[in-house]
Ligand binder design. Structure first.
Ligand code: ATP
Ligand code: MG
Length: 406
């Protein structure tokens, strides 16, 4: 079938009241970005629908990209025909011919926004239905309640559009409509899923990754970048901020009692994320903590850690079980990367028995032996930022490094 456009439905966007226009504009920009490799494609974001004019582009490829754009409820490949019944009937017949190879039930569903068109919705359903039944007596039977196939006809000012498939989009809200967030991205399973869920609600994420050479390997860093690459397809590109953490971890390990190692390390991470956020105009910090999953993810621990920031710390996977998180990780294709066995900076310095109920008071007390400002400043001085795009390869680039290690 030579489809002429993909018709995109907004879903939750349509409830946005006065903000609706800016949401739609943003979705239009994001869709254009996602489809930038198709030169001939034109995107028109209108009040009720967004139209992707294919102009000959491969609709399967275009739809594959559209599936990653948040803010889209459903979409349908459509064919535009002239505003006359014969043209509609011809296109509908072609659809049936191509899509139906055994007897099925069907119905026609017409919408008419051009009220000057002489055939109204009832008449179109009736006439086109009759035409198809006449043409395909052995293949088609009408069922208006639970049809196997629904052929949608939209009579608009600029033409008549036919479609028969409705494909589920990514849902959520357009990335960027919620503002900027700083995602604390480890190499684990949980934080990429948390990043995905935050982005799904419209957050434009920047990844903050702490690494501790020589305790953590170049592969661990490459893995975090590769995870970022996996997530970049949902928004075009993502800033990856790598933050050196070695001096802090060594100092904390030397000066802080073992039970508080984890708490104080996390407080340092959060201070750094906060400093970066102030500089880069973010609104909230995101992490991949899930309540009760490990010792450091209790409410007492969250309280002790959040003591060092005034920004909201948001935890999109807070109430998910591990199995639920893994399911999403598999769906978004981050799981296989996340389980690669490269140690990240926390694993290396994890004490055997961290306090599950640390107190804010003690955390503050143990930090008195540390030059907090100096440690933070030196770490910030070593920050490196890269912009990561879909399709970039970081893990295999490190083949030389691998070879050296073997
Ligand atoms: P994940 O699977 O996301 O690593 P986890 O269950 O292993 O989570 P922790 O290692 O306790 O849990 O980390 C909790 C959260 O702290 C992570 O989800 C992440 O947001 C943040 N975090 C941990 N290590 C790092 C790191 N090296 N860089 C940035 N953030 C980190
Ligand atoms: Mg982890």
């Amino acid at each position: 079938m030579q489809y002429t456009e993909i018709m995109v439905r907004y879903g939750e966007l349509s409830t946005k009241g006065r903000n609706k226009k800016s949401f739609i504009d943003r979705l239009g920009t994001n869709v254009r970005h996602a489809l930038h490799q198709f030169d001939q494609v034109k995107v028109h974001a209108q009040q009720d629908r967004l139209h992707v004019q294919l102009n000959g582009a491969d609709y399967d490829q275009v739809m594959k990209q559209l599936k990653n754009v948040f803010g889209i409820q459903t979409f349908s490949p459509s064919i535009k025909v002239a505003k006359d019944f014969a043209a509609v009937a011809k296109a509908a017949e072609e659809m049936v011919e191509e899509q139906v190879d055994h007897p099925i039930t069907f119905k026609i569903e017409t919408r008419r926004s051009d009220h000057h068109f002489p055939i109204d919705t009832f008449e179109m359903n009736d006439k086109l239905g009759g035409d198809l039944l006449h043409k395909f007596p052995d293949k088609l039977k009408v069922d208006v309640h639970h049809p196997d196939l629904t052929i949608r006809v939209e009579i608009r000012l600029n033409g008549i559009f036919l479609s028969s498939e409705t494909i589920k989009g990514a849902g959520g809200l357009p990335v960027g409509t919620a503002g900027k967030g700083m995602m604390m991205l480890s190499g684990g399973i949980d934080s990429p899923v948390a990043a995905y869920l935050g982005m799904k609600r419209g957050v434009s994420m920047e990844m903050v990754h702490f690494f501790s050479p020589p305790y953590t390997s170049p592969q661990a860093l490459a893995k975090a970048k590769q995870l970022t690459e996996k997530l970049a397809k949902y928004c075009g590109h993502i800033k990856f901020i790598q933050v050196p953490f070695t001096e802090i971890q060594e100092t904390v390990k030397e000066k802080v009692p073992e039970g508080y190692l984890m708490t104080i390390q996390r407080r340092m991470m959060l201070r750094l994320a906060t400093a970066l956020m102030e500089k880069r105009h973010g609104l909230a910090i995101f992490n991949g903590e899930s309540l009760g999953q490990v010792a450091s993810q209790t409410m007492e621990s969250m309280l002790a850690i959040e003591d060092v920031t005034n920004y909201p710390v948001l935890r999109p996977v807070l109430s998910f079980d591990k199995a639920e998180i893994i399911k999403i990780a598999e769906d978004i294709d981050t799981y296989d990367l996340s389980i690669l066995p490269y140690e990240d900076c926390c694993t290396v310095f994890t004490p055997p028995s961290p306090k599950t109920k640390p107190s804010v008071k003690k955390a503050r007390k143990y930090e008195q032996h540390l030059d907090i400002d100096g440690l933070i400043q030196r770490s910030l001085d070593g920050v490196k930022i890269t912009d990561i795009h879909p399709g970039e390869d970081f893990l295999n680039q490190n083949e030389d490094v691998f070879a050296e290690l073997l």
